[in-house]
Design a protein around this ligand. Structure first.
Ligand code: NOJ
Length: 755
């Protein structure tokens, strides 16, 4: 550490100068071509290289050799380094390189930078593209104020298997909703101009299909028909790219036999030629090297060639381009044109950010102090946290609670702050977040009521898992019996019990697939015992994925799905629990009854033997129904809504024509609320079989008690098209169903005929 700082200081004492600034009016092409002409091969490969900084506990520290690489122009991009002073120091090393090409600083700003928002799966349950854009905007403002230029977000992988831990990072199972959120995120990060210093480059990931690994096991193979790709999995990437995303990250996985990182069809043909993507493609972490294990190449030398040829521009952390492309060029396995075009794409992003004019544009400590974790940012985090909560059950309208009598708060999530800000909270500091206890205890006391607390159980007792997740310090060392007895004692004194249970944040996210998606550890046992006391039980659930909650659904009185809500978690949950805020979220991923139904999703096909409980030889299980526990789009509130007057503006449609769908939605309860209205279609007969429902539109409307609003959706023949067996985008004549309602399972229907 000491040595590192000395080296830095020594280098800095040389005094920094800047790259030659663009001349007034000079075009990007001209400037970059001139620069390229001056570059040595090593300098070119440096621009194709991205290395991580080491983030030590005392602050970010770089390994010595990276400093030298930066200074010699052999590393042009750094990730995992932030902070205006630190990035300035590193940038000044680049300003001592021969050509003074500025470094690009990237980081995983996944759901906020320091103000942490809900995990993406949670936030998607708000079905609110404005909120999605606003959280990305704030993340970009904070990240750019903290020295960053580039975020590895949005993750738009469609995910239909909750065993896969990374479902937490995406927007769920649906391509239309996923596309809308992907676009919103790109708008939020990149704003209207990358030259604006409050914007960052977005990076659409993981291209492609990372969300469909076999058996939900992370990094596993993906084997998928092209029809499924084009109709379901690819649209969100395309949407984010059409919205102007500046970069794309290749996925780790093997796609139909060729890993994405060497998949020329994916990068060259689809992404660049067909979709017209003009930005740069970075690999995922060491994914070039990993192709040796995939077995599509014999060694790293071949892997590097395959990746560059497939259209990869930047090697994340693997040093394969750095180590092998010179030899590949000497042996004519790649051309200088291949290298140059990748270099120009990377330099292009630096130009777009304004770094050639001022490499220190993002290194202003005053700005960081002013803009990071401001009150407005935190308030927005609270608003979004509230909008992400989904009420799954509310028997006898037990919620919202009144702060009276004695309420026992039991569970590992009551006083927990670390887990509640969620997985991959990047630069977020959990100690700055509010716990549920901090939010509810003062309010109970102020109302003259009594709040009791017991932990009751650890999140898990699996010592291996505890070690892997590095959560030893959060584990209560008392025996399970002791923890449970204490919880039973306080529950017996209470009028009702609020159980805050769930997964630890590290049980979802990368490398966190689970084969059992029930409540981990002894939490379900604890819940059963507490329930056995016969008192009302409210369940608050923190998780990064849909859990299988059959027992819980049958027995407890109310269930609030609270995901991991970020910095303002406790406050948001408390407000909803006591009714200062109203739950409005709806699920964006189907909740199965048991893991055996997985993958389960609403847009399923009919099969030739549609489910019939009375017919043995139909498509079903012997031991469980086909239906999910909670369907896609589902969520209750503290008020209710009625749908009526559902109409289409026409009953027949020709290519190029538009039609309107309208429905009246009335708030039939006695609280003001917001309802998420959903529109689905079904193509009854297709040249290829079609899903039984496909989401096409949604709207979120605010309604006062008793108020009715007419919701109008405008659709066109484009909305009824699909990629047919030959991958043509077609409108096929015939009958369609148009359906509107509060979730994918409760829908009003009308018919439309395409001529
Ligand atoms: C691996 C992950 O798959 C990716 O999402 C992330 O952006 C990179 N590591 C960088 O941290």
């Amino acid at each position: 550490m000491k040595k590192t700082l000395l080296t830095l200081a020594a280098l800095l004492s040389l005094g920094a100068t800047m790259a030659q600034k663009p001349k007034a009016g000079e075009s990007k092409e001209n400037y970059l071509q001139n620069l390229l002409n001056k570059m040595t091969l090593d300098e070119k490969l440096g621009q194709l290289t991205l290395f991580t900084s080491d983030m030590a506990s005392t602050g970010p520290v770089m390994r010595d050799n990276y400093q030298l690489d930066i200074k010699s122009g052999k590393c042009g991009n750094i990730f995992n380094a932030y902070g205006p002073q630190y990035t300035r120091k590193l940038q000044s090393l680049a300003m001592h390189s021969r050509l003074k090409i500025p470094l690009l600083f990237g980081y995983d700003v996944i759901h906020g930078h320091k103000t942490i928002f809900p995990i993406p799966l949670g936030e998607s349950c708000a079905w609110d593209t404005l909120l999605s854009e606003q959280s990305a905007r704030i993340a970009a403002v904070e990240a750019s104020a903290d020295g960053l230029h580039w975020t590895y977000s949005p993750m738009v992988d469609i995910a239909r298997d909750p065993r896969w831990g990374r479902v937490a990072e995406g927007s769920g199972e649906d391509p239309v909703l996923g596309s809308a959120i992907g676009r919103a995120k790109v708008r939020g990060y990149q704003g209207t101009s990358l030259k604006d210093k409050s914007t960052v480059l977005s990076c659409v990931k993981h291209f492609a299909l990372y969300g469909a690994p076999v058996a939900g096991r992370d990094y596993n193979t993906v084997d998928m028909s092209k029809q499924q790709m084009f109709n379901v999995y690819l649209p969100p990437y395309k949407a984010a790219i059409d919205a102007g995303a500046a970069s794309v990250m290749s996925s780790f996985n093997d796609i139909n036999g060729i890993p994405a990182t060497a998949n020329s069809w994916l990068m060259n043909d689809l992404l660049r030629k067909q979709w017209g993507f003009k930005g740069f493609v970075v690999t995922d972490y060491t994914s070039i090297n990993e192709m040796v294990y995939h077995g599509n190449v014999a060694n790293e030398y071949e892997a590097g060639i395959a990746a560059l040829k497939a259209g990869i521009d930047m090697d994340m952390q693997g040093a394969v381009f750095y180590n092998y492309l010179k030899k590949a060029l000497d042996e004519n396995k790649v051309s200088m044109t291949d290298i140059d075009q990748a270099v120009l794409r990377v330099l292009g992003a630096k130009w777009d950010l304004g770094l050639f004019e001022d490499p220190y544009l993002y290194c202003d400590p005053k700005r960081a102090a002013r803009e990071i974790m401001s009150k407005e940012n935190l308030d927005k985090a609270e608003e979004i946290a509230e909008a992400s909560v989904v009420l799954l059950k509310n028997k006898g309208n037990i919620l919202p609670l009144q702060a009276k009598g004695t309420i026992a708060f039991i569970g590992p999530m009551v006083k927990n702050k670390r887990d509640l800000i969620g997985n991959w909270s990047g630069a977020g500091n959990w100690t700055q977040s509010t716990s549920l206890w901090e939010a509810i205890e003062p309010r109970m006391t102020a109302a003259g009521a009594k709040a009791l607390y017991a932990m009751g159980a650890n999140v898990t007792n699996d010592t291996n898992l505890i070690k892997k997740m590095n959560i030893q310090e959060f584990i209560d060392k008392r025996s399970q019996d002791e923890l449970e007895n204490e919880a039973m004692q306080i529950a017996m004194q209470a009028d009702m019990v609020v159980m805050a249970l769930g997964e630890s944040e590290g049980m979802s996210g990368e490398a966190a697939s689970r084969s059992d998606i029930t409540l981990p550890g002894t939490q379900l046992e604890l819940l059963k015992k507490i329930h056995g006391l016969g008192k009302p039980v409210i369940l608050l659930l923190s998780s990064g994925r849909p859990l299988a909650l059959s027992w819980e659904d049958q027995h407890v009185d109310a269930i609030l799905q609270t995901w991991f809500l970020g910095t303002r978690s406790g406050k948001a949950i408390g407000d909803i629990l006591f009714g200062d805020a109203i739950p409005t979220g709806k699920l964006t991923m189907t909740f199965p009854r048991s893991v055996g139904q997985v993958p389960i999703y609403y847009a399923a096909k009919s099969t030739g033997r549609p489910f019939d409980p009375n017919q043995k030889y139909t498509s079903k299980y012997l031991d469980i129904e086909n239906t999910p526990l909670y369907p896609f789009g589902y969520g209750l509130s503290y008020t209710t809504y009625a749908y009526s007057n559902f109409k289409l503006s026409k009953n027949t449609l020709a290519e190029g024509e538009y039609f309107d769908v309208q429905v009246d939605v009335k708030n039939t309860g006695n609280r003001a609320g917001k309802e998420i209205v959903q529109l689905y279609t079904r193509d009854l007969v297709g040249s290829s079989t079609r899903p039984m429902k496909e989401l096409k539109r949604f709207a979120k409307i605010a309604l006062e008690p008793g108020e009715t609003k007419t919701v109008r959706f405008n659709l066109s023949s484009e909305d009824l098209k699909f990629f047919n067996y030959d991958l043509n985008w077609v409108l096929e004549p015939g009958k369609f169903k148009v359906m509107v309602g509060p979730n994918s399972n409760e829908l009003l229907e009308a018919e439309l005929e395409v001529k």
